[in-house]
Design a protein around this ligand. Structure first.
Ligand code: FAD
Length: 287
């Protein structure tokens, strides 16, 4: 199933639940709640170290077959040999999963490096392996390992030239940073559509963990929300939903190519955000 790329593209990201035995029911509950929100696609994360890889294929297939929602299956290469990558790609073909988010992944402790060093190499390989639509990741505040933003954008151009047809951004909270980065990306000759990755803050602990993982700047607006409502989980969650909704409405007003919502398998939060943004989103989609 192909993705509808009419702008602004709107999507969710889910992950295969870790709990063995109950994961299928949990994922049904999540998708049951997300499906009526009419996303253009739902992407499914992939564990670089192996345990949940087959669940990614299964969920990506379920989304299409049962729910008729286009899926984007994530695929990493950092510690996979060619044999496993080909095995997973063959399974995507068998299940009719045509859209892949090609990623390098992060090397888990003790794991050995795979054949491909960068996502661009995986992208090129996937394009040569079958008729897949391939998306890639991008970093408005630069990837943590890149020395400079310019170097990271140069590497993003390599990924675009390798065949990436859509980029999905790392989460960020400061739209001004995103707008100035987009300008530099377009100046570098990258014309690929770019979706803004938005994470609704639902707890201070979650924020801390995500920021350590990806290095996103915490703007003053978020800092004051945490300071004011940290003692009250309900108030903090409500403020997080309001902040993410306003962030998205501003991005839509600035003509963003798409919004990718990191749902963290919390469909209730996604539902609330869609309720807040659906007027601006659908009016732009129809124009
Ligand atoms: P790359 O594009 O390969 O970039 C990695 C680093 O190498 C960057 O610093 C880049 O500047 C540099 N680089 C790239 N190409 C070159 C080159 N040719 N020469 C020199 N340097 C180069 N991880 C998972 O394990 N599972 C997931 O499901 C998952 N989903 C994600 C979804 C999104 C939307 C995003 C933004 C990230 C996701 N990640 C996931 C995390 C991702 O795997 C990590 O951020 C990883 O560190 C980099 O992956 P990449 O594909 O961006 O790598």
């Amino acid at each position: 199933m192909k993705i509808n790329l009419t702008k602004p593209i709107f999507s969710f990201e889910i992950f295969p639940p870790k709990k063995e035995g109950v994961w299928l029911q949990e994922i049904y509950n999540t998708i049951d709640a997300l499906a009526p929100l009419n996303p253009d696609f739902i992407s499914v994360t992939y564990g670089a170290s192996g345990s949940s890889q087959d669940n990614t294929v299964e969920i990506a297939s379920l989304l299409q077959k049962k729910y008729k929602i286009p899926s984007v299956a994530h695929l990493t290469c950092v510690c996979d040999d060619n044999e496993n990558i080909e095995r997973v790609l063959d399974r995507f073909k068998e299940e009719g999963v045509e859209n892949i988010l090609a990623l390098r992944g992060d090397l888990p402790d003790g794991a050995t490096l795979g054949k491909f060093k960068y996502a661009s190499e995986l992208t090129e390989f996937i394009k040569s392996y079958g008729d897949f639509f391939v998306a890639g990741a991008c970093y408005p505040e630069k990837h943590l390992e890149a020395y400079t933003p310019e170097e990271d954008i140069k590497n993003l151009k390599i990924k675009a030239d390798s065949g990436a047809q859509l980029f999905i951004s790392q989460l960020f909270f400061d739209n001004a940073k995103f707008y100035s980065w987009i300008e530099k990306v377009r100046d570098a000759g990258i014309t690929t559509p770019i979706m803004a990755g938005i994470l609704p803050i639902t707890s201070a602990k979650q924020l801390e963990r995500m920021v350590t993982l990806c290095g996103a700047t915490i703007p003053e607006g978020i800092q004051s929300i945490i300071k004011a409502y940290n003692h009250n989980a309900f108030a903090l969650k409500e403020a997080g939903i309001a902040y993410a909704s306003m962030q998205i409405i501003d991005l839509l007003a600035h003509g963003v190519d798409g919004i990718h919502l990191y749902t963290m398998n919390k469909p209730g939060v996604a539902q609330r955000i869609v309720d807040n943004i659906k007027g601006p989103l659908y009016s732009l989609k129809q124009s």
